[in-house]
Write a protein that binds this ligand. Structure first.
Ligand SMILES: Nc1nc2c(ncn2[C@@H]2O[C@H](COP(=O)(O)OP(=O)(O)OP(=O)(O)O)[C@@H](O)[C@H]2O)c(=O)[nH]1
Ligand SMILES: [Mg+2]
Length: 256
């Protein structure tokens, strides 16, 4: 079973995309199941086949450890790592080609504490692709784009599995603005010129140095524009995932 793990900044649209992509997969005859790894999720737009909340719930962690929401997020993140055996056990019984994994909003907890690393290692690095989700509110300015690219590079560095760079909620921005962002991702000199023109005051020289560092490690990579609301870009995600796992050959065609 191949795994697609949706990670990204808080509120970027990971859960909504998990639901929309699941819907698209089923409508197009592809087989997939969903795992929710967010212990704090209140309402989800999908029905998870495996749900961390059966073992760890943020509200209960707050009560049991007498913690506020932030402290409880940290404990919940560590409990997630400790409960991975139980969470992964049901996967064996699920018969599907793809597992979609929705992760908690606190990217820094998931990515930099133990939990994310344990999850990815246990899912199997050879069978896993990361779907990094950012949104226009974060990356619509050149400086914001650099920050988002840093996060993308950092998640890549941490997990060492192939990653897609997804920009969500594109229904919220005009087409020409989206074009500009997508251009930055593949033409770094365009990004550089817009960065130089941006009014960043004292942060400018730092941002330019970061731009260069990211350029050196080839962190600027093509972005996949999607809107879960309007179901745009789902096929693009699927075909990129196919490219990664099968060199572009469609699994369903391969099996038939
Ligand atoms: N316009 C628009 N809104 C979206 C889209 N995707 C998600 N949203 C909205 O963005 C908000 C956050 O979406 P979620 O899917 O909960 O984001 P998340 O990344 O799972 O959030 P956390 O798990 O809390 O970090 C919700 O209000 C969604 O309705 C989209 O494609 N278009
Ligand atoms: Mg979510």
């Amino acid at each position: 079973m191949k795994k697609i793990v949706f990670v990204g900044t808080a509120g970027a649209g990971k859960s909504t995309l998990t639901a929309a992509f699941d819907g698209w997969m089923h409508d197009n005859g592809h087989d997939c199941v969903i795992m929710n790894l967010d212990p704090g999720a209140e309402e989800l737009a999908y029905e998870p086949d495996i749900d961390i909340r059966e073992w760890v719930r943020l509200e209960e962690v707050m009560k049991d450890y007498t913690l506020g929401p932030n402290g409880a997020q940290i404990v919940a993140s560590d409990l997630l790592a400790l409960n991975m055996d139980k969470v992964l056990e049901p996967i064996e019984k699920l018969d599907a080609d793809y597992l979609l994994v929705d992760t908690p909003g606190q990217l820094e907890l998931f990515a930099y504490r133990q939990s994310g690393k344990v999850v990815i290692d246990r899912l199997g690095t050879d069978e896993t692709v990361l779907a990094f989700v950012t949104e226009p509110a974060i990356c619509r300015s050149p400086g914001g784009f650099i920050s988002s690219s840093m996060l993308f590079a950092s998640v890549n560095f941490r997990f060492e599995v192939p990653a897609l760079n997804i920009i969500s909620k594109v229904d919220l921005i005009p087409a020409e603005e989206l074009e500009k962002i997508l251009h930055w991702a593949v033409e770094d000199m365009k990004l550089y010129n817009d960065l130089v023109d941006e009014d960043l005051r004292s942060a400018k020289s730092l941002t330019i140095e970061l731009f260069k560092a990211l350029q050196q490690v080839s962190a600027y990579t093509e972005m996949i524009p999607i809107s879960s609301k309007e179901r745009i870009g789902m096929e693009d995600i699927y075909s990129k995932v196919q490219d990664i796992f099968y060199g572009g050959e469609d699994l369903d065609r391969r099996m038939s």
